[in-house]
Design a binder for this molecule. Structure first.
Ligand code: P5A
Length: 442
């Protein structure tokens, strides 16, 4: 992509309304635009990151056996009356009436709707287990929307819903999502710690929040430092092997970890003093097992192997991709801007032409742009006529992992400079070796 043809509305000044660094950097780097209280548009650079995060989430949901669907944002109040949540949900729910004066709502979550789909089609235990997910906008009329997309009113959620014959099956489904989440957060470049958590309006008896540690996090959390070194399951994890999956969950739930609401001072006291980590954290994922909470009142049942009808045992599993983008920035930035982990970077390489209009610089940049793209590297080519200093500042601000800097002096010796955004390390390489140099160091 040529920057001259892109839409990257960079802000020079720090926006006054932004209280935390991710919000400030997302506005400054032209990733998002606020449209109303707690409501944001995603501009081209932000949208690319959001889609990369969604792709990783999808790949890991699919790997764990979940199936993607897409449900509407607007739901009928009737459905929510069946579960009893229409009145219970309170002011966070945005209630709407259509032209026939029917009561509707903008979905804050989809347990009821997916249960309606399930009960309409699935009648036998032979069709279980089943896990359906979608990535869809939600609306919650939060008391205090703040920190940009971190706590907004309209936000993106990946929500998965599992259906099993009994508690044992539902527990295995919960564990698969648990392990899938460990992989997902690692792949987006984050260390997320699963912590025992409160279930709130979703309900149920078993719940974990996935927390990334950050000073600006809204949750107070307590955990054993052992979590920082636990091995994350690899791409070869067999999600059909219930025992192996349960083993991973056991390893990841044995050291102490709890959010403030579930904190237990006695158990905490058992953790060696030097290994206690009391910190602030951002909740990027939350999983729940709630058994028959929705299947019973809504009549979602299947025939079991015993010939009898059983209400299915359910769980739901959420990740906030829009919040996750902000969380990644909270955990990965410096005084000059964002430092994207390679996997979610909007582009891999910032190609900087220090003297646009200079025949040698333009020719070398065109050649590099073509070669890098052909090698599968996504390039944002700064071919604008801004001054070199401004181009460097923009490249640092938007945080692409690599900068390739092309100037007349280097070119006279047939050389360009490569800078690693994260380490700041700079190297001079021959013009013909750029693709290989980036390939080797990526
Ligand atoms: C699980 C999936 C649920 O709603 N029902 C379906 C369950 N869980 S949750 O914890 O309430 O939300 C899941 C994740 O969504 C993100 N999230 C938000 N992101 C941005 N702004 C918000 N206001 C917001 N509220 C929730 C979080 O990542 C949360 O873990």
């Amino acid at each position: 992509m040529r920057l001259s043809q892109y839409f990257l509305p960079i802000l020079k000044e720090n926006p006054r309304e932004a209280e935390i660094v991710s919000h400030r950097l997302m506005l400054r780097a032209g990733m998002i635009r606020q449209q109303g209280q707690g409501s944001f548009s995603w501009l081209p650079l932000g949208k690319r990151v959001l889609e990369k995060v969604n792709t990783i989430i999808r790949e890991e949901q699919n790997r764990a056996g979940a199936l993607e669907i897409l449900m509407p944002t607007i739901q009928s109040a009737e459905l929510w009356r069946e579960s009893g949540r229409y009145d219970a949900y309170g002011k966070e729910m945005l209630r709407i009436r259509d032209r026939q004066d029917r009561e509707m709502l903008y979905g804050p979550t989809n347990e009821e709707m997916v249960t309606e789909i399930f009960r309409s089609y699935v009648k036998s235990y032979k069709d279980l287990p089943l896990n359906l997910y979608h990535i869809q906008w939600k609306f919650r009329d939060e008391v205090r929307p703040r920190f940009g997309v971190m706590r907004s009113r309209e936000f993106l959620m990946k929500d998965a819903y599992s259906f099993d014959l009994d508690y044992e099956g539902a527990k295995a489904a919960y564990y698969r999502m648990f392990v899938s989440y460990l992989r997902t957060f690692t792949r987006v470049g984050m260390k997320a710690i699963p912590m025992r958590a409160d279930t709130g309006p979703i309900g149920g008896d078993l719940s974990h929040e996935f927390i990334i540690l950050a000073e600006t996090g809204e949750s107070q959390v307590y955990c054993d430092k052992a979590y920082l070194d636990l091995p994350v399951p690899g791409a070869d994890t067999d999600f059909t092997d219930d025992a192996a999956i349960a083993g991973i969950v056991e390893q990841w739930t044995t050291p102490y970890a709890a959010t403030d609401e579930m904190h237990d001072e006695d158990a905490w006291g058992q953790v060696e003093a030097g290994k206690q980590l009391a910190a602030r954290g951002i909740e990027v994922g939350h999983i729940f097992h709630f058994g028959e909470k929705y299947s019973k009142p809504m009549g979602a049942k299947v025939q079991g192997p015993d010939g009898k009808e059983h209400f299915v045992s359910m769980g739901s599993y959420g990740i906030g991709p829009s919040r996750l983008v902000a969380g990644i920035i909270e955990a990965s930035h410096d005084e000059n801007g964002i430092v994207w982990p390679e996997e979610v970077a909007p582009f891999h390489v910032a190609l900087i032409n220090m003297k646009t209009g200079d025949a040698a610089c333009d020719a070398a940049c065109d050649k590099l742009y073509g070669e890098l793209e052909a090698a599968g590297r996504e390039v944002l080519y700064d071919d604008t006529d801004s001054r070199a200093g401004g181009k460097f500042a923009t490249a640092d601000l938007i945080g692409l992992p690599w900068q390739v800097i092309v100037g007349p002096r280097g070119l006279a010796a047939n050389e360009v400079e490569i800078k690693n955004r994260k380490t700041g390390e700079r190297r001079t390489v021959p013009l013909d070796n750029v693709v290989a140099a980036l390939g080797a160091s990526a």
